[in-house]
Design a protein around this ligand. Sequence first.
Ligand code: HEM
Ligand SMILES: *[C@@H]1O[C@H](CO)[C@@H](O)[C@H](O)[C@H]1NC(C)=O
Ligand SMILES: *[C@@H]1O[C@H](CO)[C@@H](O)[C@H](O)[C@H]1NC(C)=O
Ligand SMILES: *[C@@H]1O[C@H](CO)[C@@H](O)[C@H](O)[C@H]1NC(C)=O
Ligand SMILES: CC(=O)N[C@H]1CO[C@H](CO)[C@@H](O)[C@@H]1O
Length: 338
Amino acid sequence: MALKNVLALVVLLGVVGVSFVKAYDNSESNPERYNPGTTGNLYNDYYGNKCTNVEEIVRNVTYQYVSANPTLAAALLRMHFHDCFVRGCDGSVLIKSPNNDAERDAVPNLTLRGYEVVEAAKAALEIACPGVVSCADVLALVARDAVFYIDGPWWPVPLGRRDGRISNISDANSLPSPFANVETLKKNFADKGLNTKDLVVLSGAHTIGVSSCALINRRIYNFTGKGDFDPAMDPNYVKILKERCPPTDFTTSVDMDPTSADKFDSHYFDAVYQNKGLFISDSTLLKDSYTKFYILQQAVLNLNTFNDDFLDSMVKLGFVGILTGDQGEIRNKCDRIN
Ligand code: HEM
Ligand SMILES: *[C@@H]1O[C@H](CO)[C@@H](O)[C@H](O)[C@H]1NC(C)=O
Ligand SMILES: *[C@@H]1O[C@H](CO)[C@@H](O)[C@H](O)[C@H]1NC(C)=O
Ligand SMILES: *[C@@H]1O[C@H](CO)[C@@H](O)[C@H](O)[C@H]1NC(C)=O
Ligand SMILES: CC(=O)N[C@H]1CO[C@H](CO)[C@@H](O)[C@@H]1O
Protein backbone atom coordinates (compact mmCIF):
# COMPACT_ATOMS: atom_id res chain seq x y z
CA MET A 1 0.00 0.00 0.00
CA ALA A 2 1.13 3.52 -0.73
CA LEU A 3 3.03 5.35 1.98
CA LYS A 4 0.31 8.03 2.01
CA ASN A 5 -2.25 5.39 2.95
CA VAL A 6 -0.08 3.97 5.69
CA LEU A 7 0.31 7.40 7.22
CA ALA A 8 -3.39 8.14 7.01
CA LEU A 9 -4.04 4.82 8.67
CA VAL A 10 -1.63 5.43 11.51
CA VAL A 11 -3.37 8.73 12.23
CA LEU A 12 -6.80 7.10 12.09
CA LEU A 13 -5.66 4.30 14.36
CA GLY A 14 -4.52 6.73 16.94
CA VAL A 15 -7.99 8.24 17.02
CA VAL A 16 -10.26 5.22 16.99
CA GLY A 17 -8.08 2.13 16.82
CA VAL A 18 -8.08 1.25 20.48
CA SER A 19 -11.83 0.88 20.70
CA PHE A 20 -11.74 -1.77 18.00
CA VAL A 21 -9.42 -4.06 19.90
CA LYS A 22 -11.69 -5.86 22.29
CA ALA A 23 -11.22 -9.16 24.00
CA TYR A 24 -14.22 -11.41 24.05
CA ASP A 25 -15.52 -12.30 27.49
CA ASN A 26 -16.06 -16.00 27.06
CA SER A 27 -18.20 -16.50 30.16
CA GLU A 28 -21.21 -18.54 29.24
CA SER A 29 -22.48 -17.85 32.74
CA ASN A 30 -23.69 -14.45 31.62
CA PRO A 31 -26.70 -14.93 29.33
CA GLU A 32 -27.47 -11.20 29.25
CA ARG A 33 -24.16 -10.84 27.50
CA TYR A 34 -25.80 -12.52 24.55
CA ASN A 35 -28.95 -10.47 24.52
CA PRO A 36 -28.39 -7.30 22.56
CA GLY A 37 -31.83 -6.20 23.68
CA THR A 38 -33.81 -6.71 20.52
CA THR A 39 -37.05 -8.66 20.74
CA GLY A 40 -37.29 -11.16 23.55
CA ASN A 41 -35.03 -13.49 25.43
CA LEU A 42 -33.03 -16.58 24.67
CA TYR A 43 -31.22 -18.75 27.17
CA ASN A 44 -28.16 -20.96 27.10
CA ASP A 45 -29.90 -23.81 28.89
CA TYR A 46 -33.39 -23.14 27.61
CA TYR A 47 -34.42 -26.77 27.08
CA GLY A 48 -32.93 -27.98 30.37
CA ASN A 49 -34.32 -31.39 31.27
CA LYS A 50 -37.14 -31.06 28.71
CA CYS A 51 -34.51 -32.19 26.26
CA THR A 52 -31.05 -33.00 27.51
CA ASN A 53 -28.20 -33.20 25.02
CA VAL A 54 -29.87 -30.92 22.44
CA GLU A 55 -26.54 -29.44 21.43
CA GLU A 56 -24.77 -32.80 21.33
CA ILE A 57 -27.47 -34.41 19.22
CA VAL A 58 -27.44 -31.58 16.69
CA ARG A 59 -23.67 -31.49 16.63
CA ASN A 60 -23.35 -35.20 15.94
CA VAL A 61 -25.75 -35.08 13.01
CA THR A 62 -24.17 -31.92 11.59
CA TYR A 63 -20.65 -33.29 11.79
CA GLN A 64 -21.78 -36.46 10.04
CA TYR A 65 -23.07 -34.47 7.05
CA VAL A 66 -20.37 -31.82 6.93
CA SER A 67 -17.55 -34.35 7.21
CA ALA A 68 -18.97 -36.05 4.12
CA ASN A 69 -19.40 -32.72 2.30
CA PRO A 70 -17.54 -29.75 3.83
CA THR A 71 -19.09 -27.30 1.34
CA LEU A 72 -22.31 -27.65 3.30
CA ALA A 73 -20.82 -25.42 5.99
CA ALA A 74 -21.10 -22.36 3.76
CA ALA A 75 -24.57 -23.33 2.63
CA LEU A 76 -25.84 -23.76 6.20
CA LEU A 77 -24.33 -20.50 7.40
CA ARG A 78 -26.04 -18.70 4.54
CA MET A 79 -29.32 -20.45 5.26
CA HIS A 80 -29.29 -19.25 8.87
CA PHE A 81 -28.61 -15.70 7.66
CA HIS A 82 -31.48 -15.88 5.18
CA ASP A 83 -33.79 -17.24 7.83
CA CYS A 84 -32.98 -14.40 10.22
CA PHE A 85 -33.31 -11.64 7.61
CA VAL A 86 -36.74 -12.77 6.48
CA ARG A 87 -39.39 -12.59 9.23
CA GLY A 88 -36.67 -13.14 11.85
CA CYS A 89 -34.88 -16.33 12.90
CA ASP A 90 -38.09 -18.37 12.94
CA GLY A 91 -37.28 -21.29 10.65
CA SER A 92 -39.55 -19.90 7.94
CA VAL A 93 -36.85 -20.42 5.31
CA LEU A 94 -37.32 -24.17 5.80
CA ILE A 95 -41.02 -24.30 4.93
CA LYS A 96 -42.05 -25.83 1.62
CA SER A 97 -45.11 -24.71 -0.23
CA PRO A 98 -46.97 -26.89 -2.73
CA ASN A 99 -47.58 -23.70 -4.74
CA ASN A 100 -43.89 -22.70 -4.82
CA ASP A 101 -44.71 -19.42 -3.08
CA ALA A 102 -42.70 -19.91 0.13
CA GLU A 103 -39.51 -18.08 1.07
CA ARG A 104 -37.37 -20.93 -0.20
CA ASP A 105 -38.81 -20.47 -3.69
CA ALA A 106 -37.62 -16.86 -3.92
CA VAL A 107 -34.84 -16.05 -6.35
CA PRO A 108 -32.12 -15.50 -3.71
CA ASN A 109 -33.12 -18.83 -2.21
CA LEU A 110 -32.81 -20.91 -5.29
CA THR A 111 -29.28 -21.93 -4.47
CA LEU A 112 -29.75 -22.55 -0.77
CA ARG A 113 -28.51 -26.02 0.07
CA GLY A 114 -28.38 -28.23 3.13
CA TYR A 115 -32.04 -28.52 4.06
CA GLU A 116 -31.44 -32.24 4.61
CA VAL A 117 -29.00 -31.55 7.44
CA VAL A 118 -31.56 -29.51 9.37
CA GLU A 119 -34.21 -32.15 8.75
CA ALA A 120 -31.91 -34.93 9.96
CA ALA A 121 -30.96 -33.05 13.13
CA LYS A 122 -34.61 -32.30 13.81
CA ALA A 123 -35.52 -35.96 13.22
CA ALA A 124 -32.89 -37.06 15.75
CA LEU A 125 -34.30 -34.60 18.28
CA GLU A 126 -37.85 -35.78 17.66
CA ILE A 127 -36.75 -39.28 18.68
CA ALA A 128 -35.05 -38.03 21.85
CA CYS A 129 -37.72 -35.50 22.87
CA PRO A 130 -40.68 -35.10 20.52
CA GLY A 131 -42.22 -31.68 19.98
CA VAL A 132 -39.76 -29.78 22.15
CA VAL A 133 -37.01 -28.16 20.07
CA SER A 134 -37.85 -25.57 17.42
CA CYS A 135 -36.56 -25.74 13.87
CA ALA A 136 -35.34 -22.16 14.24
CA ASP A 137 -33.07 -23.27 17.09
CA VAL A 138 -31.96 -26.34 15.16
CA LEU A 139 -30.93 -24.21 12.18
CA ALA A 140 -29.05 -21.75 14.41
CA LEU A 141 -27.14 -24.65 16.01
CA VAL A 142 -26.50 -26.48 12.75
CA ALA A 143 -25.01 -23.33 11.17
CA ARG A 144 -22.70 -22.80 14.15
CA ASP A 145 -21.57 -26.42 14.31
CA ALA A 146 -21.02 -26.65 10.55
CA VAL A 147 -18.75 -23.60 10.56
CA PHE A 148 -16.91 -24.84 13.63
CA TYR A 149 -16.37 -28.21 11.95
CA ILE A 150 -14.42 -26.57 9.11
CA ASP A 151 -12.23 -24.78 11.70
CA GLY A 152 -14.23 -21.59 11.72
CA PRO A 153 -15.02 -19.71 14.92
CA TRP A 154 -17.39 -21.11 17.50
CA TRP A 155 -20.11 -18.84 18.85
CA PRO A 156 -22.65 -19.38 21.60
CA VAL A 157 -26.21 -20.10 20.46
CA PRO A 158 -28.66 -19.23 23.22
CA LEU A 159 -31.93 -21.06 22.63
CA GLY A 160 -35.68 -20.65 22.93
CA ARG A 161 -36.70 -19.46 19.47
CA ARG A 162 -40.16 -20.53 18.34
CA ASP A 163 -41.08 -21.44 14.78
CA GLY A 164 -43.04 -19.10 12.55
CA ARG A 165 -46.16 -20.19 10.75
CA ILE A 166 -45.74 -18.01 7.67
CA SER A 167 -43.36 -18.29 4.74
CA ASN A 168 -44.07 -15.93 1.88
CA ILE A 169 -41.99 -15.58 -1.26
CA SER A 170 -42.42 -11.80 -1.33
CA ASP A 171 -40.82 -11.40 2.12
CA ALA A 172 -37.49 -12.49 0.63
CA ASN A 173 -37.25 -8.92 -0.71
CA SER A 174 -35.74 -7.94 2.61
CA LEU A 175 -32.59 -9.89 1.74
CA PRO A 176 -29.75 -7.64 0.64
CA SER A 177 -28.91 -7.68 -3.06
CA PRO A 178 -25.43 -8.50 -4.39
CA PHE A 179 -25.83 -5.38 -6.53
CA ALA A 180 -26.51 -3.09 -3.57
CA ASN A 181 -24.25 -0.21 -2.58
CA VAL A 182 -22.99 0.30 0.95
CA GLU A 183 -25.65 2.85 1.87
CA THR A 184 -28.41 0.41 0.94
CA LEU A 185 -26.66 -2.43 2.75
CA LYS A 186 -26.33 -0.30 5.88
CA LYS A 187 -30.04 0.36 5.72
CA ASN A 188 -30.85 -3.33 5.11
CA PHE A 189 -28.89 -4.22 8.24
CA ALA A 190 -30.20 -1.32 10.32
CA ASP A 191 -33.73 -2.49 9.50
CA LYS A 192 -32.81 -5.71 11.35
CA GLY A 193 -31.22 -3.93 14.30
CA LEU A 194 -27.70 -4.60 13.02
CA ASN A 195 -25.11 -1.88 12.73
CA THR A 196 -22.38 -1.02 10.25
CA LYS A 197 -19.85 -3.12 12.11
CA ASP A 198 -22.17 -6.13 11.88
CA LEU A 199 -22.46 -5.48 8.15
CA VAL A 200 -18.76 -5.58 7.45
CA VAL A 201 -18.05 -8.38 9.92
CA LEU A 202 -20.85 -10.64 8.70
CA SER A 203 -19.92 -9.96 5.09
CA GLY A 204 -16.74 -11.76 6.08
CA ALA A 205 -18.84 -14.95 5.85
CA HIS A 206 -18.02 -14.69 2.16
CA THR A 207 -14.62 -16.08 3.10
CA ILE A 208 -16.25 -19.45 2.46
CA GLY A 209 -18.50 -20.81 -0.22
CA VAL A 210 -19.46 -20.22 -3.79
CA SER A 211 -21.67 -18.19 -6.05
CA SER A 212 -22.46 -18.70 -9.71
CA CYS A 213 -21.47 -17.00 -12.94
CA ALA A 214 -25.04 -15.81 -13.35
CA LEU A 215 -24.59 -13.20 -10.64
CA ILE A 216 -21.35 -11.71 -11.91
CA ASN A 217 -21.40 -11.99 -15.69
CA ARG A 218 -22.85 -8.55 -16.15
CA ARG A 219 -20.28 -7.09 -13.81
CA ILE A 220 -17.37 -8.56 -15.78
CA TYR A 221 -18.70 -8.36 -19.36
CA ASN A 222 -21.19 -5.54 -19.73
CA PHE A 223 -21.18 -3.36 -16.66
CA THR A 224 -22.55 -0.17 -18.20
CA GLY A 225 -23.90 -1.78 -21.38
CA LYS A 226 -20.75 -0.99 -23.37
CA GLY A 227 -18.96 -4.32 -23.11
CA ASP A 228 -16.99 -3.07 -20.12
CA PHE A 229 -16.29 -4.39 -16.62
CA ASP A 230 -16.79 -2.72 -13.26
CA PRO A 231 -13.80 -0.36 -12.87
CA ALA A 232 -13.90 -1.08 -9.13
CA MET A 233 -12.51 -4.54 -9.95
CA ASP A 234 -8.89 -5.54 -10.32
CA PRO A 235 -8.40 -6.19 -14.08
CA ASN A 236 -6.40 -9.37 -13.45
CA TYR A 237 -9.16 -10.71 -11.27
CA VAL A 238 -11.67 -9.91 -14.03
CA LYS A 239 -9.49 -11.87 -16.43
CA ILE A 240 -9.50 -14.90 -14.15
CA LEU A 241 -13.26 -14.63 -13.67
CA LYS A 242 -13.80 -14.44 -17.43
CA GLU A 243 -11.85 -17.66 -17.86
CA ARG A 244 -14.11 -19.28 -15.33
CA CYS A 245 -17.35 -17.74 -16.63
CA PRO A 246 -17.91 -17.55 -20.41
CA PRO A 247 -20.43 -14.80 -21.31
CA THR A 248 -23.43 -17.07 -21.62
CA ASP A 249 -22.56 -19.36 -18.71
CA PHE A 250 -25.06 -18.91 -15.90
CA THR A 251 -24.39 -22.02 -13.88
CA THR A 252 -20.70 -22.58 -13.19
CA SER A 253 -19.75 -21.92 -9.58
CA VAL A 254 -17.27 -19.24 -8.56
CA ASP A 255 -15.40 -19.08 -5.26
CA MET A 256 -16.43 -16.16 -3.09
CA ASP A 257 -12.93 -15.87 -1.65
CA PRO A 258 -10.50 -16.23 -4.58
CA THR A 259 -7.68 -17.66 -2.47
CA SER A 260 -9.29 -20.04 0.04
CA ALA A 261 -13.05 -20.49 -0.32
CA ASP A 262 -12.99 -23.69 1.70
CA LYS A 263 -11.29 -22.10 4.72
CA PHE A 264 -12.80 -19.79 7.28
CA ASP A 265 -10.06 -17.18 7.48
CA SER A 266 -9.76 -13.42 7.05
CA HIS A 267 -8.80 -13.63 3.37
CA TYR A 268 -12.15 -12.17 2.39
CA PHE A 269 -10.91 -8.83 3.66
CA ASP A 270 -7.63 -9.21 1.77
CA ALA A 271 -9.63 -9.88 -1.38
CA VAL A 272 -11.93 -6.90 -0.94
CA TYR A 273 -8.97 -4.69 -0.11
CA GLN A 274 -7.29 -5.78 -3.36
CA ASN A 275 -10.44 -4.99 -5.39
CA LYS A 276 -11.23 -8.67 -5.70
CA GLY A 277 -14.59 -8.58 -4.03
CA LEU A 278 -16.85 -10.85 -6.07
CA PHE A 279 -20.06 -8.84 -5.78
CA ILE A 280 -20.75 -5.14 -5.91
CA SER A 281 -22.00 -5.63 -2.34
CA ASP A 282 -18.50 -6.76 -1.34
CA SER A 283 -16.51 -4.12 -3.22
CA THR A 284 -18.78 -1.33 -2.02
CA LEU A 285 -17.54 -1.89 1.53
CA LEU A 286 -14.47 0.12 0.49
CA LYS A 287 -16.68 3.14 -0.12
CA ASP A 288 -17.74 3.78 3.46
CA SER A 289 -15.08 5.05 5.85
CA TYR A 290 -16.08 2.75 8.72
CA THR A 291 -16.31 -0.46 6.70
CA LYS A 292 -13.16 0.45 4.77
CA PHE A 293 -11.28 0.97 7.99
CA TYR A 294 -12.40 -2.40 9.29
CA ILE A 295 -11.16 -4.05 6.08
CA LEU A 296 -7.81 -2.30 6.44
CA GLN A 297 -7.54 -3.51 10.02
CA GLN A 298 -7.97 -7.12 8.98
CA ALA A 299 -6.15 -7.04 5.63
CA VAL A 300 -3.25 -4.69 6.29
CA LEU A 301 -2.83 -4.20 10.00
CA ASN A 302 -3.49 -7.86 10.79
CA LEU A 303 -5.41 -7.04 13.95
CA ASN A 304 -6.90 -10.53 13.79
CA THR A 305 -10.14 -9.52 15.46
CA PHE A 306 -12.34 -11.07 12.78
CA ASN A 307 -13.12 -14.34 14.58
CA ASP A 308 -14.09 -12.61 17.81
CA ASP A 309 -16.07 -9.97 15.96
CA PHE A 310 -17.82 -12.65 13.93
CA LEU A 311 -18.83 -14.39 17.12
CA ASP A 312 -20.39 -11.19 18.49
CA SER A 313 -22.24 -10.40 15.28
CA MET A 314 -23.51 -13.97 14.83
CA VAL A 315 -24.98 -13.89 18.32
CA LYS A 316 -26.73 -10.62 17.43
CA LEU A 317 -27.93 -12.04 14.12
CA GLY A 318 -29.46 -14.96 16.02
CA PHE A 319 -31.71 -12.56 17.92
CA VAL A 320 -33.20 -10.82 14.90
CA GLY A 321 -36.99 -10.87 14.95
CA ILE A 322 -37.25 -13.97 17.12
CA LEU A 323 -40.52 -15.43 18.33
CA THR A 324 -40.51 -16.49 21.98
CA GLY A 325 -42.85 -17.58 24.76
CA ASP A 326 -46.14 -18.75 23.28
CA GLN A 327 -45.65 -17.05 19.90
CA GLY A 328 -45.52 -19.30 16.85
CA GLU A 329 -45.17 -23.03 17.42
CA ILE A 330 -42.72 -25.91 17.69
CA ARG A 331 -42.92 -27.50 14.29
CA ASN A 332 -43.00 -31.29 14.07
CA LYS A 333 -41.28 -31.28 10.73
CA CYS A 334 -39.21 -28.32 9.62
CA ASP A 335 -40.56 -28.12 6.10
CA ARG A 336 -44.20 -27.64 7.08
CA ILE A 337 -46.26 -25.84 9.67
CA ASN A 338 -48.14 -28.12 12.06
C1 HEM B 1 -24.17 -8.09 3.05
C2 HEM B 1 -25.10 -8.55 2.29
C3 HEM B 1 -25.03 -9.88 1.58
C4 HEM B 1 -25.28 -10.10 0.28
C5 HEM B 1 -25.72 -9.06 -0.74
C6 HEM B 1 -25.04 -11.50 0.02
C7 HEM B 1 -25.22 -12.12 -1.21
C8 HEM B 1 -24.85 -13.40 -1.48
C9 HEM B 1 -24.98 -14.03 -2.76
C10 HEM B 1 -25.64 -13.38 -3.97
C11 HEM B 1 -24.43 -15.26 -2.68
C12 HEM B 1 -24.29 -16.27 -3.81
C13 HEM B 1 -25.52 -17.09 -3.90
C14 HEM B 1 -25.65 -17.79 -5.21
O1 HEM B 1 -24.72 -17.89 -5.99
O2 HEM B 1 -26.74 -18.28 -5.46
C15 HEM B 1 -23.97 -15.43 -1.34
C16 HEM B 1 -23.34 -16.55 -0.87
C17 HEM B 1 -23.03 -16.74 0.45
N1 HEM B 1 -23.34 -15.89 1.49
FE1 HEM B 1 -23.93 -13.98 1.32
N2 HEM B 1 -24.66 -12.10 1.17
C18 HEM B 1 -24.65 -11.16 2.17
C19 HEM B 1 -24.37 -11.38 3.49
C20 HEM B 1 -24.12 -12.61 4.02
C21 HEM B 1 -24.11 -12.92 5.43
C22 HEM B 1 -24.45 -11.92 6.53
C23 HEM B 1 -23.78 -14.23 5.55
C24 HEM B 1 -23.66 -15.07 6.79
C25 HEM B 1 -23.41 -14.61 7.99
C26 HEM B 1 -23.56 -14.73 4.21
C27 HEM B 1 -23.11 -15.99 3.92
C28 HEM B 1 -22.93 -16.47 2.64
C29 HEM B 1 -22.27 -17.73 2.35
C30 HEM B 1 -21.61 -18.63 3.36
C31 HEM B 1 -22.35 -17.91 0.97
C32 HEM B 1 -21.85 -19.11 0.16
C33 HEM B 1 -22.99 -20.11 0.07
C34 HEM B 1 -22.63 -21.44 -0.55
O3 HEM B 1 -21.47 -21.74 -0.79
O4 HEM B 1 -23.58 -22.21 -0.80
N3 HEM B 1 -23.80 -13.73 3.31
N4 HEM B 1 -24.23 -14.29 -0.62
C1 LIG C 1 -22.37 -38.19 19.68
O1 LIG C 1 -21.27 -38.84 19.09
C2 LIG C 1 -20.33 -39.34 20.03
C3 LIG C 1 -19.11 -39.82 19.27
O2 LIG C 1 -19.49 -40.63 18.21
C4 LIG C 1 -21.00 -40.43 20.86
O3 LIG C 1 -20.11 -40.95 21.81
C5 LIG C 1 -22.20 -39.82 21.58
O4 LIG C 1 -22.91 -40.81 22.27
C6 LIG C 1 -23.12 -39.13 20.59
N1 LIG C 1 -24.13 -38.42 21.35
C7 LIG C 1 -25.41 -38.47 21.10
C8 LIG C 1 -26.31 -37.70 22.00
O5 LIG C 1 -25.88 -39.10 20.15
C1 LIG D 1 -47.59 -12.91 0.54
O1 LIG D 1 -47.40 -11.51 0.68
C2 LIG D 1 -48.02 -10.76 -0.35
C3 LIG D 1 -47.58 -9.30 -0.20
O2 LIG D 1 -47.66 -8.88 1.13
C4 LIG D 1 -49.54 -10.94 -0.24
O3 LIG D 1 -50.19 -10.22 -1.25
C5 LIG D 1 -49.87 -12.43 -0.39
O4 LIG D 1 -51.23 -12.65 -0.19
C6 LIG D 1 -49.06 -13.25 0.60
N1 LIG D 1 -49.24 -14.67 0.29
C7 LIG D 1 -49.60 -15.54 1.23
C8 LIG D 1 -49.74 -16.96 0.76
O5 LIG D 1 -49.84 -15.25 2.39
C1 LIG E 1 -24.82 -5.12 -23.03
O1 LIG E 1 -25.82 -4.28 -22.47
C2 LIG E 1 -26.54 -3.55 -23.44
C3 LIG E 1 -27.44 -2.55 -22.70
O2 LIG E 1 -28.12 -3.18 -21.66
C4 LIG E 1 -27.31 -4.50 -24.34
O3 LIG E 1 -28.04 -3.80 -25.31
C5 LIG E 1 -26.33 -5.45 -25.01
O4 LIG E 1 -27.03 -6.44 -25.71
C6 LIG E 1 -25.47 -6.15 -23.95
N1 LIG E 1 -24.45 -6.93 -24.61
C7 LIG E 1 -24.26 -8.20 -24.32
C8 LIG E 1 -23.16 -8.91 -25.07
O5 LIG E 1 -24.94 -8.81 -23.50
C1 LIG F 1 -39.15 -22.58 -7.61
C2 LIG F 1 -37.91 -23.30 -7.29
O1 LIG F 1 -37.11 -23.59 -8.16
N1 LIG F 1 -37.70 -23.58 -6.01
C3 LIG F 1 -36.49 -24.23 -5.54
C4 LIG F 1 -35.96 -23.52 -4.31
O2 LIG F 1 -34.90 -24.22 -3.73
C5 LIG F 1 -35.20 -25.55 -3.38
C6 LIG F 1 -34.04 -26.14 -2.68
O3 LIG F 1 -32.88 -26.09 -3.45
C7 LIG F 1 -35.60 -26.34 -4.65
O4 LIG F 1 -35.92 -27.67 -4.31
C8 LIG F 1 -36.79 -25.68 -5.26
O5 LIG F 1 -37.14 -26.34 -6.46
